[in-house]
Design a protein around this ligand. Structure first.
Ligand SMILES: Cc1ncc(COP(=O)(O)O)c(C=O)c1O
Length: 395
């Protein structure tokens, strides 16, 4: 049979890069390509205790249908937390619980983007979000990322030269994949430009709580006086990605459209997971838990950077990171990056080629991404040593 797919899905082509991931399934390959939390970062004992008590004392609430907007107790907790800790819940805002931050990208695009509308993104950016924008036939406009965030002159050019820009998508903290954090000056400038050109900002902040060194920088949402920032939060990197609990803060009118769309997607986010996250936030020491995660990742990040210095310098360079889960490595300009990644995987270490994260995958880049949170120390040691050997083999 000939299957005729919708135009929206036709636009999503399987990427050549996914070929590389097939190798990562081989247990003898060291995978530095995932973005998963470290296995030791899950609060397993606490989540087991909460689940046991919940299912003993209140099983029907956990198993029954619930509200599309989310578990009311968790919504109130998050509104308070985001207002008090981050000044990121304003009088004009509302909050909906979503199935991870990924669903915020999907729902935001669904409610705002018509076919052919533009979405301005950092180049490089998170592939899952880019694919959500593409799936609604939004056109991606990439703006280069510098060591302190998007190039603001290029952003203004993009806003000036493109019609129907619906929103600017940004990951301001420890960006996936570049590891870059946007400076406070650039956050203010981005907000100013969004006001000047009358566009929305979609601020995706899964790594903000995972700063293990340097100064905290306020969110763009905290600067929002006009109701033009949509904020995506998630428990994926700080409690569990498998539980699929995230949230969206946006002006009330936008949230009410998102609620209708979410009803048609998945009715509501898993209520059992929401209740467990709520209880964890309320009755365990959430701040101490975050501090513990920062300690784990600070150590792992330093371990990985020491290995990069030992095995890859000076041939392969990277910018030191202060948070998040990724390091963006750069090959010399004249080196064939896809060839390097392919040779690495044939030598049993898998990294992600940088072009996977570009708004146009056919563009050239000499970078690749490594993740240090998922592999064990032994795997990191083995994997980065092999990368050094591959570099010595090829250039
Ligand atoms: C920048 C960014 N946004 C969103 C997500 C999706 O997160 P979630 O598991 O909350 O859907 C990820 C996951 O890796 C991410 O890196």
């Amino acid at each position: 049979m000939n299957y005729e797919f919708s135009q929206r899905v036709q636009a999503l082509k399987p990427s050549a890069i996914r070929e590389i991931f097939k190798y990562a399934a081989d247990p003898t390959v060291v995978s530095l390509s995932a973005g998963n939390p470290a296995p030791e970062a899950f609060p397993c004992k606490e989540l087991a205790e909460i689940s046991e008590k919940l299912l003993r004392e209140n099983p029907v609430a956990a198993f029954q249908y619930s509200f599309t907007e989310g578990y009311p107790v968790l919504r109130e907790q998050l509104k308070k937390y985001m207002a008090e800790k981050h000044n990121s819940f304003k009088d004009f805002d509302d909050l909906i619980i979503t199935s991870g931050a990924q669903q915020v990208m999907d729902l935001t695009t669904k409610v705002l983007v018509n076919e052919g509308d533009k979405v301005i993104c950092e180049a490089p950016s998170f592939i899952g979000s880019l694919n959500s924008f593409r799936s609604y036939l939004g056109q991606l406009v990439g703006v280069p990322v510098e060591s302190d965030g998007m190039n603001m002159e290029a952003l203004e050019e993009a806003l000036k030269n493109n019609e129907n820009v619906k929103f600017i998508y940004t990951i301001p903290n420890f960006q996936n994949p570049s590891g870059v954090t946007m400076s406070y000056e650039k956050r203010k400038k981005m907000y100013e430009l969004a006001c000047k050109y009358n566009v929305i900002i979609l601020e995706d902040n899964p790594y903000g709580d995972l700063r293990y060194s340097g100064e905290h920088i306020p969110t763009i949402k905290s600067l929002d006086t006009e109701g033009r920032v949509i904020y995506a939060g998630t428990f994926s990197k700080v409690i569990s990605p498998g539980m699929r609990v995230g949230w969206c803060i946006a002006p009330k009118e936008i949230i009410s459209k998102i609620v209708v769309c979410k009803q048609g997607e998945d009715v509501h986010t898993n209520i059992w997971s929401q209740m467990v996250c709520s209880e964890f936030m309320a009755n365990y020491d959430y701040e101490a838990h975050l501090e513990n995660l920062r300690n784990i990742y600070r150590k792992k990040a330093q371990f990985a950077m020491d290995l990069l210095d030992k095995h890859l310098a000076p041939k392969i360079t990277y910018d030191k990171i202060d948070g998040g889960l990724f390091i963006w490595c750069k090959l010399p300009e004249n080196v064939d990056m896809p060839e390097f990644c392919k040779t690495a995987v044939l030598n049993k270490v898998c990294v992600v080629p940088g072009n996977a994260f570009l708004t146009d995958e056919n563009e050239k880049t000499n970078a690749f991404r490594i993740n240090f949170s998922t592999p064990t120390d032994e795997q990191l040691e083995k994997g980065i040593k092999i990368l050094g050997e591959v570099a010595n083999m090829l250039f």
